[in-house]
Design a protein around this ligand. Structure first.
Ligand code: PLP
Length: 443
């Protein structure tokens, strides 16, 4: 037994003031945002900041074409619409992800199907992918979760065999590499989010990349109501040729994103350095399992995921209880720590009730009327369920946080793991671990 835990009235090792917020706002942000204000052009699918961002993101990723959108969810929906996914088609994604990786399929009247994850990367497990494919499957959405590249070679091989489209959800993995290539460029279309949390941030927004001109052209239409543009005058003709949406971005978020992009590699480097530093120390603490990076990839640590194993820590407790007790004790020490998703996406009420459009059974009813049954029993995803019992997220590894914050976190882990019996006593305390919105630039 060493010092008294903060949860027992001891002195916390860190305070909120020790952590700097994301995103980092500097001279480039002010310069480019001022360019917008000085020019007076604030919107438009072909406006200067939007156009420049598209060119720069295509160049950065090594993709031929890029469109910027109002959100990552819009980019995902646009991608499914661009490849021709439609009513009753099935779209396969990962069980451990953010809802939008699956709800984008519903937005296209298609039906999301989930595949469990690899316990090390937390990305879709390709070994379980083929069993989820049916004659109705049209596309696969692998997710580069938390910044970790998915096993794309295996997924692309299965997609090719079954003639399926691959839409990469790279919303959490700007700049991550798979075998030397930027994620988002490996499938038919790659999608990114620019929301305030993400490694590349514009406040809100999204990016859609592809090498195929056909998907670019479709994307342009879908992004703006399906409205045709006159080839000579370049003006909208207010004649929609296909069904579209209003998914445009605007000049201020595009300018902010361009400024952030100038620093993306540098800020990703800070995340990677902080992550590696934490991992080296945490790996030595029995019962702490730091995140895994596959040798063929570069992880950009949108989130730093830690799992706990009570047995290895020498504590006789349920894994879920142990994780909660450790989270609360670390939070009391001043760490910004807490879970992100608390359950696999298919366990959410939307999938349990299958009440979609207008509170009806649509779109599932399209195929259920033909005798197909959709069952989202969470027990089909044991690895995701286990992860949701045992993982937490260590916040604050983003730039400009560095060694002093990481050293504080390591000290907090060391202190709590030297006092686990004391920590376990507080498992049911009304303490709510997590990060406040300001840490990620949200009001
Ligand atoms: C953030 C995110 C999205 C959606 O992005 P928005 O810009 O918030 O719409 C989609 N998928 C994943 C995995 C995400 O993390």
């Amino acid at each position: 037994m060493s010092e008294k835990l903060a949860i027992d009235g001891g002195k916390p090792l860190l305070t909120r003031k020790d952590f700097k917020n994301w995103p980092v706002i500097g001279a480039d942000e002010r310069r480019l945002v001022n360019e917008v204000l000085d020019r007076g052009i604030v919107a438009g699918g072909t406006a200067p900041q939007v156009k420049a961002l598209e060119k720069e993101w295509a160049a950065y990723t090594g993709s031929k074409h890029c469109l910027t959108t109002c959100s990552g969810t819009a980019a995902l929906h646009m991608a499914l619409a661009a490849v021709g996914v439609g009513p009753g088609d099935e779209v396969i994604t990962s069980a451990f992800t953010f809802l939008a990786s699956a709800s984008c399929a519903i937005h296209q009247n298609a039906i999301p199907i989930f595949v469990d994850i690899d316990p090390r990367t937390c990305c879709m497990d390709p070994a379980k992918l083929e069993a989820a494919i049916t004659p109705r499957t049209k596309a696969i959405i692998p997710v580069h979760i938390q910044g970790c590249p998915a096993d794309m070679d295996s997924i692309l091989a299965i997609a090719k065999k079954h003639k399926l489209f691959v839409i990469e959800d790279a919303c959490q993995a700007h700049g991550a590499l798979y075998k030397g290539r930027k994620v988002g460029t490996l499938g038919d279309i790659g999608t990114f989010s620019l929301n305030n949390f993400k490694n590349l941030c514009g406040g809100e927004g999204g990016l859609f990349i592809t090498d195929k001109e056909e998907y670019l052209d479709k994307g342009v239409l879908i992004r703006c109501f399906g409205d045709e543009v006159d080839e000579v005058s370049k003006r909208r003709v207010y004649n929609a040729s296909i069904l579209g949406y209003m998914y445009r971005n605007q000049e201020l978020p595009a300018a902010l994103t361009r400024a952030q992009l100038l620093h993306l590699d540098e800020y990703n480097r800070v995340r990677i350095d902080n992550a590696n530093y934490l991992t080296a120390a945490l790996a030595k603490i029995p019962g702490v399992i730091p995140p895994f990076c596959p040798p063929e990839g570069t992880h950009v640590y949108f989130m730093y995921n830690v799992c706990f194993d009570p047995k290895k820590a020498g504590v006789n407790a349920e894994p879920r209880k142990f994780r909660i007790a450790v989270e609360k004790a670390l939070y009391a020490e001043g760490m910004l720590i807490g879970q992100w998703q608390t359950m696999p996406v298919p366990a959410q009420d939307l999938f349990q009730s299958k009440l979609g459009y207008g509170g009806t059974g649509f779109p599932w009813s399209i195929n259920e009327a033909k005798g197909v049954r959709y069952n989202y029993d969470p027990r089909q995803f044991p690895v995701s369920l286990e992860l949701c019992n045992t993982y937490t997220i260590v916040h604050g590894i983003h730039a400009p946080n560095g060694r002093s914050q990481m050293d504080g976190m390591i000290a907090a882990f060391t202190k709590v793991f030297s006092n686990l019996d004391a920590a376990m006593k507080h498992v049911d305390d009304p303490i709510y671990p997590g990060a406040d919105g300001a840490l990620y630039g949200a009001g």
